[in-house]
Design a protein around this ligand. Structure first.
Ligand code: ADP
Ligand code: MG
Length: 346
């Protein structure tokens, strides 16, 4: 069966273009070092500024290894991961000896899930499998309505704690409607770990870009990092430019990253647990700026599902987070503290 890596070619093309580092003058380029690898089903690039090649190469290696380590634990497509172990366990059974780090991320995912009133749900693996956006080749039609209805019925029977962590650190998945899919949060988490690795090893001017998840530290000398946000409907268009010169994380969730068209309908990979279908909230793209990538990642997915009104309400509970939303008609709305030097509707 396929996994994130096998799918990487496709994802890379779409994912990488969501947010990208815009070009810079020659002198700046000379001090810039960059390396790109295929990880977590996407192209991950690390860029440093003003560090020697030896230092940069050595520390980037550690950061890539850290992403690899997180993926090996949290991917539901790798047979030996802790997440696969959990997903394969009989429902209702308590599973022990799980990595503390994984339990911690699950707790954080559950918390955002609660705050979003269930719009963000790290337990959607069975539904994600029905839709099959990570399948190779990608699907050409939605799953049968009866399968989705069956999932909704099973889900209606879930107890409040569909994913339960016991006081003695065991984890239980309640029934067959639930399975771990950390795809809306783990990439951001891995980017955070990688950035912490860079910083802890003396690389202070750096940018990590993992598809739609980006994290920045320091600057390019006296220049900010210059980031472009892709036009959701025009692969070469830029709808916003962000000049960022402080430690910040940026994450974008859109209906144009992984999707297929069937009978003129766009089916994309961000699912609404209430309908069992791709979220139709009136938004086509959500970009969140936050202090850390995990929060930015989870919130961009959450806001996408919730839509403008409920989404902005949720955002208010995160004082250091800002968002730019693009509506179906192409108009845009951004919160007052969102850093964008230039933005225009697509
Ligand atoms: P990307 O795939 O570019 O990282 P997102 O951060 O928006 O995009 O995450 C989408 C992924 O999150 C899906 O591929 C799936 O694994 C998972 N997902 C889909 N719908 C939801 C949801 N409602 N809540 C949480 N995770 C979701
Ligand atoms: Mg996300």
């Amino acid at each position: 069966m396929n996994n994130w890596r096998a799918w990487a070619g496709l994802l890379a093309i779409s994912g990488l273009c969501v947010l990208w580092l815009l070009g810079s003058p020659r002198q700046e380029q000379e001090a810039t070092l960059s390396e790109t690898r295929l990880l977590m089903g996407t192209l991950v690039s690390i860029t440093t500024w003003g560090h020697t090649e030896d230092e940069s190469t050595r520390v980037m290696e550690l950061a890539f290894a850290e992403i690899d380590r997180v993926e090996a634990m949290m991917s539901r497509f790798l047979p030996a991961s802790a997440v696969t172990h959990l997903n394969n366990a009989p429902r209702g059974e308590k599973i022990s000896a799980l990595p503390t780090e994984l339990l911690q991320l699950i707790r954080q995912g559950l918390e955002i899930g609660q705050m979003s009133k269930g719009a963000f749900d790290i337990g959607l693996a069975p539904l994600s499998d029905l839709w099959g956006f990570s399948r190779e080749p990608p699907p050409e039609a939605p799953p049968p309505a009866s399968d989705l209805q069956h999932w909704l019925t099973l889900r209606a029977n879930l107890p409040d704690a569909a994913i339960e962590i016991t006081p003695d650190h065991q984890l239980r998945l309640a029934n067959a409607a639930v399975g771990l899919d950390l795809g809306g949060i783990a990439k951001g988490y891995a980017v955070d770990r990688a950035m912490e690795t860079l910083l802890a090893n003396g690389v202070t001017n750096a940018l990590i870009n993992a598809g739609g998840d980006m994290r920045l530290a320091g600057s390019k000398g006296d220049k900010p990092w210059h980031i472009g946000l892709r036009d959701p409907r025009q692969p070469n268009g830029v709808v916003a430019v962000m000049d960022i010169h402080k430690a910040r994380a940026i994450s974008t969730s859109g209906d144009y990253e992984r999707f297929f068209l069937a009978n003129g309908v766009r089916y994309h990979h961000i699912l609404d647990p209430k309908t069992a279908a791709p979220a139709r909230s009136g938004l086509i793209s959500v970009t969140v700026q936050a202090t850390d990538s995990m929060t930015a990642d989870a919130l961009s997915t959450s806001l996408f599902v919730l839509g403008e009104q409920e989404g902005l309400k949720l955002l208010q509970r995160f004082p250091d987070c800002e968002a730019l939303l693009i509506r179906e008609d192409g108009s845009m709305v951004q919160t007052s503290g969102f850093i964008a030097t230039r933005s225009r509707s697509p």
